[in-house]
Design a protein around this ligand. Sequence first.
Ligand SMILES: Nc1nc2c(c(=O)[nH]1)N[C@H]1C(S)=C(S)[C@@H](COP(=O)(O)O)O[C@H]1N2
Ligand SMILES: [Mo]
Length: 517
Amino acid sequence: MTTDLEQAPANPPEPTEAPPKLAAGPAALIGVLALAAALAAGHLVAAFVGIKASPYLAVGNAAVDATPAWLKDFAAGTFGTADKTVLLGGMAVVMVVLAVVAGLVSRTWAWPGQAIIGVFGAVGVAAVVTRPDLGQFAVIAPVASLVTGVLVFRGLHHAALAQGISSPSRRRFLFAGVAVGAGLAGGAGQWIGSQDAEASRDALGPLVPTRVAPPIPPDADFARLGTPTFLTENHDFYRIDTALVVPQIPAEGWRLRLHGMVDREITYTYDDIRRRPLVERVVTLCCVSNPVGGPYISTAKFIGVDLADLLNEAGVRPGAEQLFSTSADGFTAGTPVSTVLDPGRGAMLAIGMNGEPLPIEHGFPARLVVPGLYGYVSATKWVTELEVTTWDAQQAYWLHRGWAEQGPIKTESRIDAPHGSVPPGRVGIAGIAWAQHTGIAKVEVRLDNGPWQEATLSANVTDDAWRMWWAQVQASPGSHTVTVRATDRSGYTQTDQVADVVPDGATGWHTINFVAQ
Ligand SMILES: Nc1nc2c(c(=O)[nH]1)N[C@H]1C(S)=C(S)[C@@H](COP(=O)(O)O)O[C@H]1N2
Ligand SMILES: [Mo]
């Protein structure tokens, strides 16, 4: 196509052989239009592959990550919560200036501007591929930007050169068309992207409870001796569900319908819940399919509202037995109404976890949390419906599949350290014990079937959470076994009877082997 330019136009305007040249205004406009088209195309594609892959946002996020801490503090202090807006606005100004430059250096030939737009695009691609939190298709968005930017720049440049002199009105029409097209594509991307749960979650900001949980004392865990940390980070929190594809529900579109054996049916929006006084509670969740010594147990500060308050607002009718909860993906759980209504129980409709809105895979926008009950009978994630009913009228998901109707968490304990081999002599043994909503009273360990020895317990944060323990044993060179058992505050000592996880949770003492050498 450069041949069009090299072979002089049909009616050369001047006797000199100078190639045709665009006026500065249209040249600059071409740069800006190509930029707009590129960003809009990337934004639209990102709406489908994850809105964070939008090159504009990705470059902005990369800039935030690359910003030194002192500058972040300065920006946050100076601009307050507007710091993101200032950043994105500043980026827009820089980009428009560079786009104008791209146009102005391309008044005769398209390639310098194309090269500048291409470098822009490459920065967008780099910002997306270096982000760990974007999927494998995310790169399509900045590539779409790059290709669109280069092609639009080149196309407009050629059209303007060919028509500019003869038909300025056609050029104006073409420019306006590109501007409108970019506006529509960007707007569509923005709208589709806002249907995205991740974007919705990001926009919510931190959740601030009215009643915060008391601070966790430093001696709540023995992490240095091998136990887990008292609170589990959200990304380390165990995850169990039947969802192949995690339900994506933007908070704005979420509704919770409370109905059944109630005086009045109520439908809550996310804002309805968020505007209520929020409570924060430390709760250890545990899965019924956790084998003895297994990993499916974690602790978080959950933020939400009392489930009992919602039920009381609706007015529970006499004869109600089961709170049957349904998730957006069809999972169901059945919880005793008496447990939910028990004022001391602290059953929650949770919207936050460790200060943040619930992570998507842990039930965003909202889930149930009932201290003391296994997850399969209580902890419905992505919950959209609560029906007050009887046990006969509705059967929850796992009931059909051989699991028990009632799922109180069993008092259990686990050894986390040592593993493998240790030097002989005094050996530290450490682990966790749990009896949610009852509390742990005592943990004992035993070396090689010797006498039981009482372990030291960590600070008791709440009876609804796990408790850490540690002990020392004297180990001669050779291989050894250690066994643990817990006693809860009701006086019950963990049975050594081995039971499978089906139908209502595993039992048995956890035993490990280690070698002293
Ligand atoms: N929608 C939905 N909610 C669910 C489940 C599920 O499969 N689907 N599994 C339950 C089970 S068995 C457990 S143990 C907990 C686990 O919650 P977590 O993944 O946040 O740890 O969620 C419960 N809520
Ligand atoms: Mo579970």
